[in-house]
Design a protein around this ligand. Structure first.
Ligand code: GTP
Ligand code: MG
Length: 432
């Protein structure tokens, strides 16, 4: 068997690897990428979930070494809402567009059932906005302000007990949508031994309730060691402060108490530095990547499937987007026709029903009319009979009247002859 020629590697997965005999220049690609990214700037979005006054704003101020002037919330919010604020930060020549989203009124309502729904809706709304931009014919993803949440800092109150039901429910409903980093806030209010027990308890509760929290990646060998160690310290117990205290000849962020000083950046006092290192210095890019490749991908897949798009057809054959679109269009067309037919049938049925009702009403009116006509006829006949009787009576009366008049006339005519004769008789008798 002939040995492979110099500069040529054996065939590998359908393509060949070749070696170069001189400098070409594409080894500058990583630098080109870095330069381009620096020019474009970066974007990072943090969601802080925690009860009112758990130290969210103070921690974010401490993490980014600035004051974001986040307004304080009251405990009297009727429901949970989210407040997003975007800031432009710069460190050396790297620009960062940072969005901090805070829950307002979380855990303050008597009925906490719907406390996490506004958070789920907010995260979904950011995914949906990105998906809509992606689906546009004319996309501008390069300049698009990506508001998808990259990291969710979940603030657990330092009770020393166990997780509250609200915490478990909220984390459970979010773990497939966002990278959850649980933290114990105000950790200066819990003792060292209690803290370790509390951490163990929280972790075992998260595991037993199958809540997936973000694990610092261990597949990249440059960070695998530190990330493995840090995974063992979760959840980080942090202290935040915007106050600076002079320790030795240095001003440090700290909280002062009558019995001593808690230094925010002292690893013996709390895990603040660990959190900052892991969140910002080591894994910020991984959090961004996980958001896009895992959480957004899942959202996108579910949404597209909901819209009727599939990669695989009914016979387990791959289906192109075009085919899926045509099939869905046809399905909609058939559905539309079915609905149209249904509506037509419904309309015909309604018309028939109305016709029957009208016919019945007409019939009733006709019967009523016939009845009235009959009554009218009967009444008319009765009246006519009465009229005839009256006419007969009148005729009789007139006849009688005529007879009476005739008799009277005859009587009048015979009266003068009698009186003349009477006068003559009287004269003859000498009465005159
Ligand atoms: P809302 O936004 O109003 O819900 O509050 P928040 O969660 O942003 O809390 P914020 O940072 O305003 O802090 C509330 C109070 O807790 C302030 O008095 C802070 O000084 C105090 N606080 C913040 N961080 C810590 C901490 O680590 N330990 C202790 N003991 N107190 C803290
Ligand atoms: Mg706040």
């Amino acid at each position: 068997m002939a040995a492979p020629r110099a500069g040529r590697q054996p065939q590998n997965d359908g393509y060949r690897s070749l070696s170069l005999s001189g400098h070409v220049g594409f080894d500058s690609l990583p630098d080109q990428l870095v330069n381009k990214s620096i020019k474009q700037g970066f974007c990072f979005n943090i969601l802080c979930i925690g009860e009112t006054g758990t130290g969210k704003s103070t921690l974010i101020d401490s993490l980014f070494n600035t004051s974001f002037d986040d307004p304080v919330s009251t405990h009297f919010q009727p429901n949970v809402r989210l407040r997003a604020q975007t800031y432009e930060l710069q460190e050396s020549n790297v620009r960062l567009k940072l969005t901090v989203v805070n829950t307002v009124g979380f855990g303050d309502q008597i009925n906490k059932e719907d406390s996490y729904q506004p958070i789920v809706d907010y995260i979904d709304a950011q995914f949906e906005a990105y998906l809509q931009e992606e689906l546009k014919i004319k996309r501008s993803l390069f300049s698009y302000h990506d508001t998808r949440i990259h990291a969710c800092l979940y603030f657990i109150s330092p009770t020393g007990h166990s997780l509250k039901t609200l915490d478990l429910l909220t984390m459970k409903s979010l773990d497939s949508k966002v990278n959850i980093i649980p933290i114990i806030s105000k950790a200066d209010s819990i003792s060292k031994t209690e803290l370790q027990m509390f951490k163990n308890k929280l972790m075992s509760e998260l595991v037993s309730n199958d809540v997936q929290i973000y694990q610092f990646p261990t597949d990249d060998e440059t960070v695998s060691q530190v990330n493995t160690i840090m995974n063992g310290h979760l959840p980080f117990a942090v202290v935040g402060s915007t106050e600076e205290v002079k320790i030795g000849n240095k001003m440090v962020k700290a909280r002062q108490y009558p019995w001593g000083i808690v230094q925010v950046e002292n690893e013996n006092h709390c895990d603040f530095v660990k959190l900052r290192e892991m969140l910002i210095c080591t894994n910020m890019e991984d959090l961004r990547e996980q958001t896009h490749a895992r959480h957004y991908e899942l959202y996108r897949r579910c949404r597209l499937e909901e819209m009727g798009f599939r990669d695989i057809g009914p016979e387990n054959k791959p289906v192109s987007l075009q085919e899926a679109y045509e099939a869905k269009r046809h399905e909609f067309y058939l559905e539309l026709q079915r609905k149209e037919e249904e509506m037509r049938q419904h309309f015909v049925q309604r018309v028939k029903e109305k016709e029957t009702i009208l016919k019945e009403a007409e019939q009733q009116i006709q019967t009523k009319f016939d009845h009235l006509m009959l009554m009218h006829q009967e009444e008319k006949l009765k009246l006519e009979k009465k009229k005839r009787a009256l006419e007969d009576d009148m005729a009789m009366f007139n006849k009688k009247k005529a007879n009476a008049e005739l008799l009277q006339t005859q009587a009048f005519v015979s009266t003068p002859v009698v009186s003349l004769k009477r006068d003559k008789d009287r004269k003859n008798s000498g009465f005159m």
